[in-house]
Ligand binder design. Structure first.
Ligand SMILES: Cc1cc2nc3c(=O)[nH]c(=O)nc-3n(C[C@H](O)[C@H](O)[C@H](O)COP(=O)(O)OP(=O)(O)OC[C@H]3O[C@@H](n4cnc5c(N)ncnc54)[C@H](O)[C@@H]3O)c2cc1C
Ligand code: SF4
Length: 330
């Protein structure tokens, strides 16, 4: 591993100043992704600015309702928080579906959103990869891509975003707050990740050097009736091959409100707006659920070895909506 400096920041302005002073510096959350990538030679920071002592480790009521989650809250603390479990159960389920207990104790909310793809070519510095080295090529398109994107990919990159947490946050319209040397900013999670296009190395709309300070979950009564379902290749900890966050409010047999997001199918957590449009105001039955899935997946463009994800996601949508509708009818 290349030599690097290490500093611990104790306040936000100090963290920003440390990053500003060294263009090769990077923030360090739990280190569960960044340090692995440093060992592999994918990331080569000159300095790590450890943010875990920043006063950003609280979960509290947000102004106007909802929750404000600090960027250094650990995945374990987020999943266990009583308000999250009660009002946004799919978020607890998504976090608990990710990684192992030990990793969740270290990993932070800010770091989870910025974790990099698990595409094997990205992490293998002996191979070309447009995301790691712009313009070098994408061997996954012709090679190993069974877990790659079916929605919103480009000929330059078909990698998927690996975060489970991000899928539930996307379904619940979470907003990311950040600080820069020029002042604070906010990005709805749906705008936080930028489309892959021909610049797969540019993943988010965060300004350079920005420190994520927290996430706001707006109040959403429907989120109390929500579920996260993850399909993976083995039962012990593994990344998703497809996942779904669903919240459903059914009244008199009709869908009154619904939130739907997909994971492991695109370069970012995928808000399923076309499906939501079909569902809203329609009878809460299998026919509607299948039509909603088909509407969202109509634009799917699978590669030769990941077409199974279209059927997998269709089945997930119908199964989880059916479960939630049956529970609402009881
Ligand atoms: C074996 C294994 C299995 C895993 N399985 C899953 C899984 O199934 N699902 C899943 O979702 N995840 C999984 N993960 C990934 C894990 O969730 C991430 O590694 C973790 O969430 C990253 O958080 P961190 O705080 O450790 O980030 P770090 O590794 O510290 O940082 C990640 C990135 O975020 C940046 N960063 C960190 N904090 C901030 C901040 N406040 N502001 C700006 N930038 C910041 C860093 O500079 C770095 O670029 C797995 C990881 C491992 C090792
Ligand atoms: S899919 Fe993306 S991350 Fe994977 S090799 Fe291609 S460019 Fe790199």
């Amino acid at each position: 591993m290349k030599e690097f400096g290490y500093e611990r920041a104790f306040d936000v302005s100090g963290a920003l100043a440390l990053l500003d002073a060294d263009s090769g510096a990077r923030y360090l959350g739990g280190g569960t992704n960044l340090v692995d990538l440093m060992k592999a030679g994918v990331e080569r920071p000159t300095r790590l600015v450890d943010v875990r002592e920043l006063p950003l480790d609280r979960i509290e009521a947000a102004d106007g309702g909802g929750l404000r989650i600090g960027a250094t809250v650990t995945n374990s603390d987020l999943a266990a928080h009583p308000e999250v479990r009660r009002n946004y159960p799919a978020l607890t389920q998504a976090v608990l579906a990710g990684a192992s207990g030990q990793l969740r104790n270290m990993a932070t909310v800010g770091g989870n959103l910025l974790q990099r793809t698990r595409c094997g070519y990205f992490t293998d510095v002996t191979k070309p990869c447009n995301k790691r080295v712009p313009g070098s090529g994408c061997p996954a398109i012709e090679g190993e891509h069974h877990n790659h994107a079916i929605l919103g990919a480009s000929g330059h990159c078909a990698a998927v975003h690996p975060s489970d947490m991000g899928v539930a946050l996307t379904a619940f319209d979470a907003v990311v707050s950040y600080e820069t040397a020029d002042g604070p900013g906010e990005l709805p999670l749906t705008d936080f990740y930028v489309p892959v296009g021909d610049t797969p190395h540019l993943e988010t709309a965060l300004p350079p050097g920005a420190l994520i300070t927290g996430i706001t979950l707006p109040p959403a009564p429907v989120a109390a009736f929500s579920r996260y379902r993850k399909v993976r290749e083995r039962a012990s900890y593994a990344f998703a091959i497809g996942s779904i966050a669903v919240a459903l409010d059914v009244r008199d047999g009709v869908v009154h409100d619904v939130r739907l997001a997909f994971g492991a199918v695109a370069s970012r957590p995928w808000r399923a707006r076309a499906a939501e449009a079909v569902l809203t105001g329609a009878p809460a039955d299998g026919e509607t659920f299948a039509a909603a899935a088909d509407a969202e997946l109509a634009d799917a463009e699978p590669l030769p070895h990941n077409g199974y994800k279209v059927a997998l996601m269709r089945n997930l949508v119908v199964a989880v909506l059916t479960e939630l509708a049956e529970e609402a009818a009881r």
